[in-house]
Design a protein around this ligand. Structure first.
Ligand code: PLP
Length: 334
């Protein structure tokens, strides 16, 4: 019986085709700008998303950090959601390494930030205040998709107020698949977009930051500074490019599996949040540790959280979803 790991969509193994692409990738020293596979990935993605340039980095955390530091100087401020990855889950890097002050706002139920609250949070030009320079959004946000109308409104507002607009698009392609649009339709509203290759796309490592030529030149300098200048990185870039070329459309399967799981658990009496993409949130309360241990005995790996997150991915099949439902049925909703 194989293990079913639903902790995150980061747990996937490279597919056979991906390993093959990695093994045969042409390589060079990327700090000299001479790795053909890295260069190909950067130009491929920047063109598809409608940007002038892109930068390959080892992690989404580094990608977001470089973006924040390229948009903001020391003592500047960025507006961000309380639940945003850049604010909550990146060790405070923008503040620690960039001397950038976050101005967090509560996320709305749909994952967005209330644009009236954003306007109210923008500080006046006064030497008492940090300079508000940037709005950072996330899409998908805990599995929720921001609407294209909302993105257009955020773009309009940031233009009027002279702010930059960054997207943590770790799961940009999940959002695009859910909306049924080309990812470019989402990306076009932003000055910069960070995309993770190592989440649902199934690459072992890597993210790409996209933006203008000037912005990416600045980010490239910062990447070297934080130790992210890699050498023959083409073998991992090739995995990322393979993922983008072959493993985007199949995200719809992950969404279908998550929808099935959410519906079935709801029918068993569990308190399940509405499922939009590849994440299922269930209120488990004080039985979280118990459920984790119960499922572990059945080779199902879960996190232990009162608000349990289960994430579908390319190594979790439809048949396995039925096994998970059976385990939950046995455990009982109360
Ligand atoms: C995973 C994730 C990141 C960071 O990616 P790492 O590669 O783990 O550093 C950033 N933003 C969001 C929304 C993520 O889910």
């Amino acid at each position: 019986m194989t293990v079913i790991d639903l902790r995150s969509d980061t747990v996937t193994q490279p597919t056979a085709g991906m390993r093959d692409a990695m093994a045969h990738a042409p390589l060079g020293d990327d700090v000299y700008g001479e790795d053909p596979s890295v260069n190909k990935l950067e130009s491929w993605l920047s063109q598809r998303l409608g940007f002038a340039a892109a930068l390959f980095v080892p992690t989404g955390t580094m990608s977001n950090l470089l973006a924040l530091m390229a948009h903001c100087e020391r003592g500047d401020e960025y507006i961000v959601g309380q639940q945003a990855h850049t604010y909550k889950y990146e060790g405070g890097g923008a503040a620690v390494l960039g001397s950038i002050q976050p101005q967090p706002l509560d996320n709305q139920a749909d994952g967005s930030l209330d644009l009236n609250q954003v306007v109210a949070a923008i500080k006046a030009d006064d030497f008492h205040f940090a300079r508000t320079r940037l709005l950072a959004l996330e899409n998908t946000m805990q599995g929720k998709v921001l609407s294209l109308d909302y993105l257009a409104a955020a773009r309009k507002l940031t233009r009027e107020k002279g702010l930059g607009l960054h997207l943590d698009g770790a799961r940009l392609y999940n959002a695009a698949i859910k909306l049924g649009v080309d990812a470019r339709e989402i990306a076009r509203h932003f000055d910069s977009v960070s995309v993770c290759l190592s989440k649902g796309l199934g690459a072992p490592i890597g993210s790409v930051l996209c933006g203008s030529g000037e912005f990416i030149a600045k980010a490239r300098r910062l990447r070297k500074m934080v130790g992210g200048g890699m050498r023959q990185a083409g073998s991992i870039a090739a995995a990322g490019l393979y993922a983008l070329e072959h493993q985007v459309e199949r995200l719809a399967d992950d969404h279908a599996n998550a929808a099935f799981l959410g519906k079935a658990l709801g029918e068993l009496g569990f308190d399940v949040e509405p499922v939009q993409t590849n994440m299922v949130y269930v209120q488990i309360g004080d039985r979280a540790e118990q459920l984790k241990a119960f499922c572990a005995e059945r080779k199902i790996v879960l996190s232990a959280a009162p608000r349990l997150r289960m994430v579908t991915h390319l190594d979790a099949s439809a048949a396995q979803m039925e096994q998970v439902v059976a385990a939950f049925a046995e455990f009982g909703s109360r």
